[in-house]
Every structure is written in structure tokens, then in C-alpha cells.
Design a protein around this ligand. Sequence first.
Ligand code: CU
Length: 154
Amino acid sequence: MLKIGRVMLAAAALAPLLAHTLEINDAYVRGLPPTQRNTAAFFTAVNTSDKPIELMAGESDAAERIEIHSHQHRDGMMLMQEQASVTIGAGERFVFAPGKYHLMFINITRPVRDGEEVSFSLKTSSGQEVTVVAPVVSVLKESTATKEHSGMHP
Ligand SMILES: [Cu+2]
């Protein structure tokens, strides 16, 4: 109740400007051994607006590029596929998690070590850009519940 009230108040206050309608929660970047060239970030994206949001990858200070990937099981194999965007319905949340959708960091440009921070940005088709500063969490610390496929790839 309180949360809903605050969001509505914020939206009303910002109405004359471009209202911020996207929240990124619980973000972290997976820390891997330094021999790995790629890693991934996970987070929950919340659309606090009353319209669908199309979410796209921006850029990061720690990788040559970042991409949204889906993760599917097909014929006993796990496949990652780049997605140009994902659509988040009005008022809905979209979870990026190990073994599911993730933000792939391609060709990391500096070590991504446990306890450090990495920044990355996300964009929407309406022109909003959100920068997220996320902690690096070693893959060894990820909960066993979400670790199912970590030995192979995000
Ligand atoms: Cu991937």
C-alpha cells in the first residue's frame, strides 16, 4: 500500500518531465575466474508505469558490449540467444536470473572480482536510460538453487 502510494506520488511530481518508469532491483554481476572473457548480470526490472516498456541493453564500463540473452533448453542442450529487447507489461516485473534471461557481458575489459562494482546501463524504446552500479558476486557464492548450469555458461 505504502509502496503504491509513493510511486503514484513520484509519478505525479514528475509528470511535466519525462517520468522515470523503470526500477532495477537486486542487481549483481557474476564474478568468474580471470580466464573467462564473458560474464553476466542478473536483476529484477520493474515497470512502475501504466504502459508497457521495451527494455534494451546499453553499455558497461567492464565489457566491450552487453546483450540481453534468453536461455533455453532444446533437445537436451542449453542455448543462449540474443534478444534485441524484452517487453515488460505495465506494473509488471521481469526477472533476469541464472538459467533464464540474463544480461551478457561480452569480452570483459577489466577484471571483475568479487566485492568490486561494475556499472552498466539499460535503455528503453522511449528513450529512458538507467545506469546501474552492481556488486560483483563470485559464482562460488551464488545460491545452489540458482547454480544449476553455472558450470557451463550463464
Ligand atoms: Cu548469454
